[in-house]
Design a binder for this molecule. Structure first.
Ligand code: ADP
Ligand code: MG
Length: 257
């Protein structure tokens, strides 16, 4: 990537109380300006990823996420959206001492992840899982993946060892939640990746909405919800609004439709 192009990318942040939302130009500035919010473990894992400069979506969305705000963010494919939600999500978990790490005692009852990343496909689930592992490398957080087209046995085995960060496709997660393997009642942060596909997939009314509304997940005022997508058509924005609280709309570069 030609990193010198980054400074030319425009961004528009709109929504309630959007005045004065900070923007950063480098990870050093991010670490300096958000000294209290980005713990050393996370700085180190960002460094180990080899990330030198934040991409535009990271420059604009990470500060919004660190401020605890809900986000609807639109930025093109390949622009670094994964780190844009992983950094604020993990920063908050570390800062507030959430997440239990690997369980030493055999577990009983449903596991209660602190954060949930919903995504539309198995491939994407595996990709986000790998990225989340890298960003958690300096923490004791347990990251688990939940997706279809694979036997449930191994996934349940991994969940039983602890699940702080759950990366999931909606269908399989619905199976686990409705059978009491996973509980969403302790969730502090909810992410929709490729939100346009999440919200328009046939699963929306069958799985996605029930997962958010019918199984005791904290209401939108009591969790942080972040949605990332390459496109946000009006109809999808309207649907997404059901799950967001006073969110900021972060549009990076040209908005697809
Ligand atoms: P998107 O979800 O927007 O399609 P990804 O989050 O998958 O994009 O990132 C695309 C690629 O860019 C990945 O290989 C990722 O590791 C890399 N990347 C992300 N942020 C940076 C950065 N700040 N510096 C260098 N590479 C980055
Ligand atoms: Mg992505």
């Amino acid at each position: 990537a030609d990193f010198s192009l980054y400074d030319a990318v425009e961004c528009n942040i709109t929504g309630p109380k959007s005045e004065g939302v900070p923007v950063v130009s480098s990870f050093d500035q991010l670490f300096a300006d958000f000294a209290d919010s980005i713990p050393p473990e996370l700085r180190e894992s960002i460094r180990r990823c080899g990330f030198v400069r934040p991409t535009p979506v990271q420059k604009f969305a990470i500060p919004v996420g660190l401020a605890g705000r809900d986000i609807m963010c639109c930025a093109q494919t390949g622009s670094g959206k994964t780190a844009a939600f992983l950094v604020p999500m993990l920063a908050s978990m570390i800062k507030w001492g959430r997440g239990t790490g690997a369980l030493t005692v055999p577990y009983e009852g449903p596991c209660k992840p602190d954060t949930l990343i919903l995504c539309p496909t198995r491939e994407l689930c595996l990709q986000i899982f790998e990225d989340a592992l890298r960003f958690c490398s300096q923490t004791n957080f347990r990251v688990v993946r939940v997706y279809g087209q694979e036997s449930v046995k191994n996934q349940i085995f991994e969940i039983a060892k602890g699940a702080d960060v759950c990366v999931a496709t909606p269908g399989r997660l619905w199976d686990f939640v409705s059978s009491g393997i996973v509980s969403l009642t302790e969730l502090n942060c909810l992410v929709f990746d490729e939100a346009d596909r999440m919200l328009e997939m046939g699963d929306m009314d069958k799985c996605v909405r029930p997962l958010v509304e019918n199984f005791g997940m904290p209401c939108k005022e009591n969790r942080q919800t972040m949605m990332f997508s390459a496109t946000f058509p009006d109809a999808i924005q309207k649907l997404a609004g059901d799950f967001l609280y006073e969110h900021l709309f972060v549009a990076v570069g040209a908005i697809g439709s």
